[in-house]
Structures are given as structure tokens and as C-alpha cells.
Ligand binder design. Structure first.
Ligand code: NAD
Length: 535
């Protein structure tokens, strides 16, 4: 185990693309990805017990920035493949689950270090497969590395059994053991970071894991899987199982041999998983544990005395970074009192200045949404909101309209508080703005929400900031800054209410969810052993 892991965790720095050297690295990786695309594209197959499984259900992934381009193809697993993966992981528990925690941590650390070496290649594939801009793709890779190094270090802290108390005549040891086979079900919006983070957390604790990535981003998850084996992860510890959620995802959730499901995704699917995991099929040996990180409908409050320059930047970045497709994205804007009109005027001007461009463009801040389904859903939602007043809608350049899944940034104003645009997660580049009479009313509006994930306040009033700290009911509250981009360790991430159940990812409590704590109490007042009884 590298010494570097002991209490030395530092976040992976984000790349500064104003430096030519950093730009060159990604450009050359993009050129390599392009040459793979030209010669037929990437191919991913399920990997079970080290074997590549080909199937006849082949899913084609096109580039969201240019839908004429096929990035690659994935052989989707079938229900019977899920059964094979589960059985491989059940037997893997006997070996991987018994490996010393230091060895497991060393392998997870190695995965992180290999990702650091291949960061440009991973970034380039995320740009093409998920339609993330350079900056967003780079942050995705950096977060994945952080998860590996942080959880490896955390395992060193949690691994050794410890004495609970010193008492005469009795020893009490407290320690953790793995839960069993963990199904990891991931979303597409942080296609590497979240898939990797949930998987390595399960593995470092001694569980075996099956990664079911999102249908849209199976290729980058495949790169992660290959890299994990290369880092020394044994075949029986981990299976890569791309496929359809309703098919293989469901098969994993319903299996009696799966002990834990760690899910990040939408509220309806999360609730369905929690419901399904609570019914007990024959042969199941215990209660399934479910960790579910779900959606958000996150608000930023702009106070009357807010610094508008900061607030405009914070709102734009939080609402329109990755075209609003982040669980942490700002989608409700609550502006206090007289700040309403001047703030909206400046925000409207700044929004119309946003340039919509392909993710491939190094200067792109605002690219496409992930696929046709999202494009249709969000476009229809905007078009059907005829009862709302549009403050501003950006434009998609003529040349891009037919080439990719672009949606202009859109802001509605004076939105009724009971309107679905104000209440439901859209997961796209749409802001619903309202005016509040006072700061307290702004907080009441913000808290009247099914979700409690992120929230933000721009204010220079110390009293208001103190009230917000206690009263703003969100998992991650940001003051006078944007509300996305939580860093592993520094800003452990996750919400409550319908934003999910579980401890924050990238925080001190996260790994505890993947282990069963045990206590062993031994009476040490005994008068001696009786070795002859054992013979
Ligand atoms: P989704 O719920 O559609 O899919 C997530 C995963 O679940 C996919 O792998 C999918 O194949 C699988 N799935 C679908 N149906 C299933 C079923 N019946 N059984 C088992 N698995 C099934 O979500 P998405 O569109 O990929 O991601 C967007 C959502 O994720 C948004 O709601 C967003 O807010 C949320 N999200 C939350 C966080 C967080 O940390 N709280 C982070 C990222 C994304």
C-alpha cells in the first residue's frame, strides 16, 4: 500500500485548458477516439468472470453533438447473463471478501492511478459518448479518480478491528465485514464518476460488485471495467453488465443472491427498486440494503443585497452547465423583493449571450442533451408551457439544429408556485423564476419541495445567511457560489426527502453502508484452554 494513501487525500486538480499542453493532451486523445470511430467505433460486451459475452441485442450509441456519428456499439446482457454474473460474484465472495483490506485498498488505489494516467483518453470518450463539454468531462474523470483514492484511504481507517473499551476480564472488538454481492446501477450524467464511485466503494469493503451502467453510457463504463481488471481486480470480484434497466437491472434487484443495491438515478426508478427490494424471494438470506441517490429540484435564492456579478455567474453555471443535466443543477430561481426585475434583466442578457456549440469544441460551455428521448421530452415540456411567461430563450445556431440534440437555454418568469415547471425535476436547461416578498418567504418557497438535494443563497446579509444555514432544507447548501461541482471529501454529496436515502457520497459515512458492523465479546477471565478437547 502506497504511503501516499495515509491521510493524504487531495482532490485531483481540474485541468486548466488555457494551457496549451493540457489542450494538446485532450486534442490528441480526441483524434485517437475519432480514428476508432472511423474504423467502426468502440465495442463493449458484458464481462462476466473474466469472459467477454456477446449477445444479439446490440445497442448503437451516437454522438449527442452529431447524431450522424456512431461512437460505438454495446452488446446488451440478457436476464440469463445477469444470473451468470450473480453466480460468479457469489463465488467471488470467498476470495475477494477475505482478501486483507489493505490489499483491496491497494487495488482500488491502482484503479485511480491508472485513470489518472489515461485521463485524456477517458475525457475524450466522455465528450463523444455523453456530449459533455471538455471542462465537464475532465471534472467527471477527476471525480472518478478522487473516489478511488479517497475510498481506498477510508478503508485503511475503517479496516482494523478496534477495542470498544478497556474493561477487566472482557474484550470487546468491533469490526466490519462485507455485505455480499452488490448490484451497482448507474445513471448517464456522470458516466464515469458515479459508476466508478459506487463500484469501488462496494469493492474496497470486500463485497463483490456487478456494474449495470446506463444504456446511454455503457462505453465509458466498459473502459472503466477493463482498467479495473488491469489494476489487478480479480475476475470473480467484479462483473460488467451493460443492459436495459427494466431487464437486467430488474433481474439484479430481484435476485435473492444480491445483498445490496446501490443506485443513482431518477425518483420513479429509485422508488420502484426500494419497493421491489423489500419483497423476499425464496432463498434470500437477509434483508436487502438499498442506497438510492435520486433527483433534485434545486433552488437558488438571490437576496436583495446580493452581488449580482457573482450571482449571475453562479446561476448560469449551475443551471446551464452540461445543459442542466445534473441532479444538483439549479432549476428554481427565487429572487427577493426589488432585486427581481434588475436581476432578471441582467440574467436574460447573459443567457442570450450563451453560445450553444458541440461538446467537441474546446470553448464549448453549453452542448447538447444526452439523447433523442431527453430532447423530445424537454422540448415538448417547454413548448407545452404556453401558460407561462418566457423571460428569455437562447438560440441554437442554424447549422447545429439538425445535427445534434441541442436545446436552447430557457427561463420562465413569474411561474405559479404549483406549476409542474416549478415543482418537478426537468433535468434540462430550464429555469423557473419567481419573486419573493422577503428573504423568509424565499426560504419558505425553496423548502416547499419534494426534493432536498442542493440549494444556494446569494446574499451579503449575515443574518440572512445564518437563517439559511439552519432553515434551508437541503443536503448541500452553497453560499455565494454555484450549487454544482461538489468535491469528494471536501463537500460530501447527497440529499434527503425524495432526493434519496443513504449517506453522502465522498464522505466519511459512505463506506459504512457497504459493510455489516459486528461486535465480538470474549470473557477473558477463563482459567485456561483445553487443547486436548480439540484433538
Ligand atoms: P434512470 O432512473 O432512468 O436510470 C438510472 C439507471 O437505472 C440506469 O442504469 C437504468 O438502466 C436503470 N434502470 C431503469 N429502470 C430500472 C429498473 N426497473 N430496475 C433497475 N434498474 C433500472 O436515471 P437517468 O436518466 O440515468 O439519470 C438521471 C436521474 O438521475 C435524474 O433524476 C438525476 O437527478 C438523478 N441523479 C441523481 C444523482 C444524485 O447523486 N442524487 C446524481 C446523478 C443523477
Amino acid at each position: 500500500m502506497s504511503q501516499a494513501l495515509r491521510n493524504s487525500f487531495k482532490n485531483e486538480p481540474l485541468k486548466d485548458f488555457s494551457l496549451e499542453e493540457n489542450r494538446r493532451g485532450v486534442l490528441s486523445a480526441l483524434a485517437q477516439v475519432e480514428s476508432i470511430i472511423r474504423s467502426g467505433g468502440f465495442t463493449a460486451t458484458p464481462i462476466i468472470d473474466g469472459r467477454l459475452i456477446t449477445t444479439s441485442d446490440i445497442s448503437t450509441r451516437t454522438d449527442p453533438s452529431n447524431t450522424q456519428v456512431v461512437v460505438g456499439k454495446t452488446h446488451f446482457a440478457r436476464t440469463e447473463d445477469a444470473a451468470l454474473a450473480i453466480s460468479s460474484c457469489v463465488s467471488g465472495l470467498k476470495t475477494w471478501g477475505r482478501r486483507p483490506y489493505t490489499e483491496r485498498a491497494a487495488i482500488i488505489e491502482k484503479i485511480g492511478l491508472l485513470m489518472r494516467e489515461r485521463a485524456n483518453a477517458l475525457t475524450a470518450l466522455i465528450i463523444r459518448e455523453a456530449g459533455k463539454t471538455w471542462r465537464e468531462a475532465d471534472a467527471d474523470v477527476a471525480e472518478a479518480i478522487d473516489f478511488c483514492l479517497y475510498y481506498a484511504e477510508e478503508m485503511l481507517r475503517l479496516g482494523p478491528p478496534h477495542l470498544t473499551e478497556r474493561v477487566l476480564g472482557e474484550e470487546n472488538h468491533y469490526f466490519y465485514q462485507p455485505r455480499g454481492v452488490v448490484a451497482v446501477i448507474a445513471p448517464w450524467n456522470f458516466p464515469l464518476a458515479i459508476a466508478c464511485g459506487m463500484t469501488v466503494a462496494a469493492l474496497v469493503c470486500g463485497n463483490t460488485a456487478i456494474l449495470k451502467p446506463s444504456e446511454q453510457t455503457s462505453l465509458i463504463a466498459h473502459e472503466f471495467a477493463k482498467l479495473a481488471y488491469e489494476a489487478g481486480l480479480p475476475a470473480e470480484a467484479f462483473s460488467y453488465l451493460p443492459g436495459r434497466g427494466e431487464e437486467v437491472g430488474r433481474a439484479l434487484v430481484e435476485s435473492p443472491d444480491v445483498s445490496m443495491i446501490v443506485f443513482t438515478g431518477s425518483r420513479p426508478v429509485g422508488l420502484e427498486i426500494i419497493r421491489s427490494a423489500s419483497s423476499v424471494p425464496p432463498g434470500q438470506i437477509g434483508i436487502k440494503k438499498v442506497v438510492a441517490e435520486l433527483g433534485g429540484k434545486n433552488a437558488i435564492i438571490v437576496d436583495e443585497d446580493a452581488d449580482f456579478d457573482d450571482a449571475i455567474r453562479g446561476v448560469l453555471q449551475s443551471a446551464f452547465g452540461f445543459a442542466g443535466q445534473k441532479c444538483s443543477a439549479c432549476s428554481r430561481l427565487i429572487i427577493v423583493g426589488d432585486a427581481y426585475e434588475p436581476f432578471l434583466a441582467r440574467l436574460a442578457a447573459a443567457t442570450s449571450d450563451l453560445v450553444v456549440s458541440p461538446a467537441l469544441d474546446p470553448a464549448s460551455f453549453y452542448g447538447p442533451v444526452v439523447d433523442q428521448e431527453s430532447h423530445t421530452r424537454i422540448t415538448n415540456l417547454i413548448a407545452s408551457a404556453t401558460d407561462l411567461t418566457t423571460l428569455v430563450q437562447g438560440t441554437v445556431p442554424e447549422t447545429l439544429r439538425e445535427t445534434g440534440w441541442y436545446i436552447p437555454p430557457t427561463i420562465f418568469r413569474d411561474v405559479p408556485l404549483n406549476h409542474p415547471v416549478f415543482r418537478e425535476e426537468i433535468f434540462g436547461p430550464v429555469i423557473a423564476a419567481v419573486q419573493a416578498k422577503s428573504f423568509n418567504e424565499a426560504l419558505t418557497i425553496a423548502n416547499d419541495c419534494a426534493y432536498a438535494l442542493t440549494g444556494g443563497v446569494f446574499s451579503r446579509n449575515p443574518e440572512h445567511l445564518e437563517i439559511a444555514k439552519t432553515e434551508f432544507q437541503v443536503g448541500n447548501l452553497y453560499i455565494n457560489r454555484g450549487i454544482t461541482g461538489a468535491l469528494v471529501c471536501r463537500q460530501p454529496f447527497g440529499g434527503f426527502k425524495f432526493s434519496g436515502v443513504g449517506s453522502k457520497a465522498g464522505g466519511k459515512d459512505y463506506l459504512l453502508q457497504f459493510m455489516e458492523p459486528r461486535t465480538i465479546t470474549e470473557n477473558t477471565m477463563r482459567r485456561g484452554f483445553t487443547p486436548d478437547l480439540n484433538s
